[in-house]
Design a protein around this ligand. Structure first.
Ligand code: 5GP
Ligand code: ZN
Length: 137
């Protein structure tokens, strides 16, 4: 279940070398080549799924379990003050490599990393519409 045109398939399979921090039958954890911070890592499943919606539920669960394990290790090894666990799906959400992956970005107080948005306001109309449409679907 790999895609010949996918760079993360090749990295996960070990066909392209990577700085690997962890590997088992199903996953490879690598250092990001364009890190937001020192220790920025990516969790890659070895099978190809473009995004979270395509991936089997159990494997998504296992990926996030591994994210917790690696986040704890980041805290121990790097002594970071926080960690962003980030997972982008589709171009509109900032995904650039279309093979599911989880980012783990170590954070330090007063670092200059910007992962944010300007908070809007939840209107009563939006709230009611969303409560209805999500309950109905
Ligand atoms: P996305 O924007 O899809 O959520 O994240 C893709 C990430 O993959 C980026 O942070 C980018 O730096 C990283 N990346 C892209 N190509 C490679 C590569 O060949 N090797 C590694 N280690 N990271 C890569
Ligand atoms: Zn792939």
């Amino acid at each position: 279940m790999t895609d010949n045109n996918c760079i993360f398939c090749k990295i996960a399979a070990g066909e392209i070398p990577s700085a690997t921090l962890f590997e088992d039958e199903k996953f490879r954890v690598i250092l990001d080549v364009g890190p937001a911070a020192k220790g920025h890592m990516l969790i890659l499943p070895k099978d190809h799924y473009a995004d979270i919606c395509e991936m089997p539920e159990d494997l998504v669960g296992e990926a996030f379990k591994l994210a917790k394990k690696m986040a704890e290790k980041q805290q121990r090894v790097l002594g970071c003050d926080g960690i962003n666990v980030l997972q982008n799906n589709h171009e509109a959400a900032g995904q650039t490599v279309f093979h599911f992956h989880i980012h783990l970005i170590p954070r330090f107080k007063k670092d200059k990393i910007n992962i944010g948005w300007k908070p809007g306001e939840l209107s009563e109309a939006d709230r009611d519409e969303l409560l209805t449409s999500f309950q109905e679907s």
